[in-house]
Design a protein around this ligand. Structure first.
Ligand SMILES: [Zn+2]
Length: 266
């Protein structure tokens, strides 16, 4: 672990410049996993100044790597100038620096393309579940994640687990849903990698995960941390989970999401 303190300068969404301090958690030739005590925006460019040697370079924020606690979060950043090394560390050229090629789909237009990803991008994709990449069809930078079919097996497993938990019927009919609803409506807290907190209710649940409704939007594949059931008066540990299902709900601004606990994935 290389812990190098640095300053980070950027411009926030309101157009105001900010400066904050951070430290590196891991480093590689082109990028770093860093801990910073403020929210950043995927895709934004920030200036990183190494406190040890005053060397500076522009980095692109790839995305969050862990959900923030008290506004301190971990982020993946990538140096925009690959020839520049501000860390005073020699990185031997290894296979590790090779790009990974991954099929991803744009969450906006659903187009699928083979994207080359850097190490940092792979790390963000594996944890936060989403990346900001340019989309040719959308003509803009959009949110990308694994294609829908990657989650189909998980959804099937989840549905089987729910039907088992609610009485063994292979398909949940409306009648069946109604009869199992009462016991399955539990308060739940969902927190995303940007620190946004959603307190809502489950629709159904099993030991693998649960479905909940929300007025917020979550993307398929997105990483979240959850407390289920949630009780404001009780300290309970958050559990890592992933959005594996996103469907329209009973009202236009109310959608249904399925999450699966991360420890159930492996
Ligand atoms: Zn697109």
């Amino acid at each position: 672990m290389f812990t190098i303190p640095f300053s980070l300068r950027g411009v926030d969404e309101k157009g105001e410049s900010f400066e904050t301090i951070g430290r590196t958690i891991t480093l590689n030739r082109h990028g770093a996993r860093v801990q910073v005590s403020r929210m950043l925006k995927p895709g934004q460019t920030v200036r990183v100044i190494n406190h040890a040697n005053d060397a500076e370079a522009d980095f692109r924020v790839v995305g969050p790597i862990s959900p923030p606690l008290d506004h301190v979060g971990e982020w993946g950043v990538e140096c925009l100038n690959v020839a520049k090394n501000i860390w005073d560390i020699y990185f031997p050229p290894t296979n590790e620096d090779c790009d990974a090629h991954v099929l991803l789909s744009c969450r906006h237009c659903q187009s699928i393309s083979l994207q080359s990803l850097s190490l940092v991008e792979v790390e963000v994709l594996e944890t936060a579940g989403l990346l900001t990449k340019p989309c040719v069809r959308c003509g803009d930078s959009t949110t990308w994640g694994y294609p829908q079919r990657v989650f189909e097996v998980e959804i099937k497993t989840y549905q089987d687990a729910v039907s088992e938990a609610t009485g063994g019927n292979p398909a949940l009919t409306d009648e069946r849903r109604k009869s199992s609803r009462k016991s399955a409506q539990l308060p739940v807290r969902v927190r995303d990698y940007y620190g946004e907190i959603d307190i809502t209710q489950t629709e159904n649940l099993s030991h693998e995960g649960f479905c909940f409704w929300s007025c917020r939007n979550y993307y398929l594949g997105q990483g979240v941390v959850v407390i289920c059931p949630f009780d404001a008066g009780e300290e309970k540990a958050e559990v890592r989970a992933r959005i594996v299902r996103a469907e329209p709900g009973s009202a236009p601004n109310r959608r249904i999401f399925g999450v699966r606990y991360e420890n159930a994935l492996h």
